[in-house]
Design a protein around this ligand. Structure first.
Ligand code: GCB
Length: 598
């Protein structure tokens, strides 16, 4: 009988869409397991660590004959679409938080006997235990970043059983923790791929401008396999430049390529360059753009020129279909709406979104802020929580480091001022800078009200010292006073940095019209936008904003019957896909900004 000792084969596969892969997306059988019956025996011992794993669902057993007792059967169990959260696919699972077992079957047709095989998951929220043919491949924690396992040794030609237990229970020590303002969609929420590689292959690569230059490309690649000191070739066929270099004993290869005719990427001109990276039999193809991003005093500079960031915040949700967004089609819908607003920037809140978002942003010319779910109050002194956040940060950086569109790594949202918190966030900033010193680092901070003057707002969070942008969320007119208060604000901002308003907004039920003082009316929301935008313009160093939020999104914190009904309705677009009045207010403001050349 197979004993599921962990194979410890987790590996990071970067730029997975740059290589040929077989999709394992489709209809997977599933078993809902609220008591973890398929995971623990009756003494609460994990089957996959037991010498008697017989009851473990990962074995994907069927009764051998009429006397055999097996109390589950994937073959006769219902079906879920993968990718896809379970909540929006099955009414009974709408509020479900717990374990669901997924199973698919697949054949393998390796093109050479020494080739290697991997299963790749774009994301599984929140925790995933993965098994192939009864063998445990590993456990992954974190709901929004990719992971992969090598299955070369365990895969058969026919009828492989891939079983994943996904558990979306919220944990106090988790990242995020138990308390958020979004739906805790569970499941295999992103693409699942079967990846075949040569024995030695390129597991990740990075292309970027050499610091301080605009026509020298710094390329690096990581090889994985038995021949790690192989030659690596980098070729930009249309730029007519190429380089060849040999990897060191650790499989790391570096090269610099002079590109005198390089045209820089920008939202107005999102130029991407075809690139081929090859080593031995392995060959990856991608499209990468090159640009610089920097701050100087209170300005943000793109390719050395001052830019105003005309942004919007986005949740990874398709409000019209319902549920987590995951596909290129979903990305086209969301970023298409951002384009209609005349945005040149989006904030992908509050966790790493699927890879299609940044890839599409590269193609259509939208700058991107990416974020990890260090949200509100998490366990600042828990070393495991920090390690978890660091892993999510390094994984999203490794995934999207070749996307010219991505210009900001954000390490947190609305965290409470305090020493332990600042130390925690500082570790994340240091990590982001050491992994990728070419982008800006930020976090959405909070604003404080002067205890002696309600119209005086102060930004002096000590963490602001460590970020490139001084970015904060502010809700005057909704959580603080009525809209007319917005006109009377005075600001004291401690930092001489670009001021970026990462959120402002107000609830509005699409189609509900009343006067501008009636909460939840479209008029109220439009009034908040109409007053906020000119007020922000008066703040010295105001460099951009990402109002909250593009679309209504589901949130269990929003129960008001007849109005919210389980939705956060601060969207500029309702959950019927229809625009609210405030959409036009922001669009007009951005049109004016764009006309003025920034
Ligand atoms: C915030 C949070 C965001 C919420 C929003 C709201 O400050 O960052 O996640 O959804 O406010 O609607 O209250």
């Amino acid at each position: 009988m197979a004993i599921a000792a962990v194979a410890r084969s987790e590996i990071f596969l970067g730029d997975v869409f740059a290589r040929k892969a077989t999709s394992l997306n489709g209809k997977w059988h599933f078993i809902v397991d609220p008591y973890d019956t398929g995971y623990f025996d009756y003494r609460l011992q994990a089957y996959d660590a037991s010498v008697k794993p017989g009851g473990g669902f990962f074995l994907d057993r069927r009764a051998k004959d009429k006397t055999d007792l097996v109390e589950y059967n994937f073959d006769t169990s219902p079906i879920l679409n993968v990718p896809g959260d379970w909540n929006s696919q099955n009414k009974e699972l709408f509020y479900y938080e717990g374990s669901v077992w997924y199973r698919t079957k697949f054949d393998v047709n390796r093109s050479a006997p020494d080739h290697r095989l991997f299963v790749y998951f774009g994301a599984a929220n929140y925790e995933a235990d993965v098994y192939l043919n009864g063998q445990k491949l590993g456990k992954h924690i974190g709901g929004f970043t990719p992971f992969a396992y090598e299955i070369t040794k365990f895969a058969r030609n026919k009828n492989n059983s891939l079983v994943v237990r996904v558990n979306n229970k919220r944990n106090i020590e988790g990242v995020p923790t138990v308390n958020t303002d979004w739906w805790n969609y569970g499941g295999l929420t992103r693409d699942v791929l079967l990846v075949e590689t040569p024995a030695t292959f390129i597991s990740n690569f990075r292309m970027r401008l050499k610091s301080g230059t605009t026509n020298t490309i710094e390329a690096s690649a990581q090889l994985d396999g038995t021949r790690e000191d192989q030659t690596v070739r980098i070729n930009f066929p249309l730029l007519k430049i190429a380089a060849e270099t040999r990897a060191d004993a650790n499989g790391v290869a570096h090269a610099e390529l002079e590109a005198p005719d390089l045209k820089l990427w920008s939202p107005e001109n999102p130029i991407l360059n075809d690139v081929e990276i090859s080593s031995g039999e392995d060959k990856l193809k991608d499209r990468v753009g090159f640009r610089t991003i920097a701050v100087s005093g209170t300005d943000v500079l793109l390719n050395g020129r001052k830019i105003f960031l005309r942004g919007i915040s986005i949740h990874e949700e398709n409000p019209v279909r319902g549920g987590r967004a995951w596909s290129e089609t979903d990305a086209k819908l969301l970023l298409g709406w951002a384009k209609q607003l005349n945005c040149n920037f989006v904030r992908l809140a509050h966790y790493p979104h699927n890879e299609h978002m940044a890839r599409l942003a590269d193609e259509i010319g939208i700058l991107v802020w990416e974020e990890i779910p260090v949200y509100w109050t998490i366990q600042w002194t828990n070393a495991e929580t920090l390690a978890n956040a660091e892993k999510q940060l390094s994984d999203v950086i490794s995934r999207d480091q070749n996307r010219a569109s991505v210009v900001v790594w954000s390490v947190a949202n609305e965290t409470p001022v305090g020493e332990a918190r600042t130390k925690f966030l500082k570790s994340l900033v240091d990590e982001a800078r050491s992994l990728d010193g070419t982008r800006l680092v930020s976090a959405a901070m909070e604003v404080r009200i002067d205890p002696n003057d309600p119209f005086h707002k102060i930004v002096d969070d000590p963490f602001g010292e460590f970020t490139d942008l001084c970015s904060f969320n502010e809700y005057t007119g909704w959580y603080d006073g009525l809209p007319e208060k917005i006109d009377r604000l005075r600001w004291s901002i401690k930092y001489q940095k670009p001021v970026f308003i990462s959120e402002f907004g107000a609830d509005a039920k699409q189609g509900f019209h009343a006067d501008a003082l009636t909460r939840f009316s479209e008029e109220y929301q439009a009034d908040v936008y109409t007053r906020t935008l000119p007020m922000l313009e008066k703040i010295p160093g105001f460099s951009g904003c990402t109002p909250w939020v593009l679309c209504d999104f589901r949130s269990p914190r929003r129960p008001l019957a007849g109005i919210q009904d389980g939705w956060n309705i601060k969207g500029l677009i309702g959950h019927d896909g229809k625009k609210k009045m405030a959409f036009a207010v922001l669009k007009t403001f951005y049109n004016e900004k764009a006309k003025m050349g920034n």
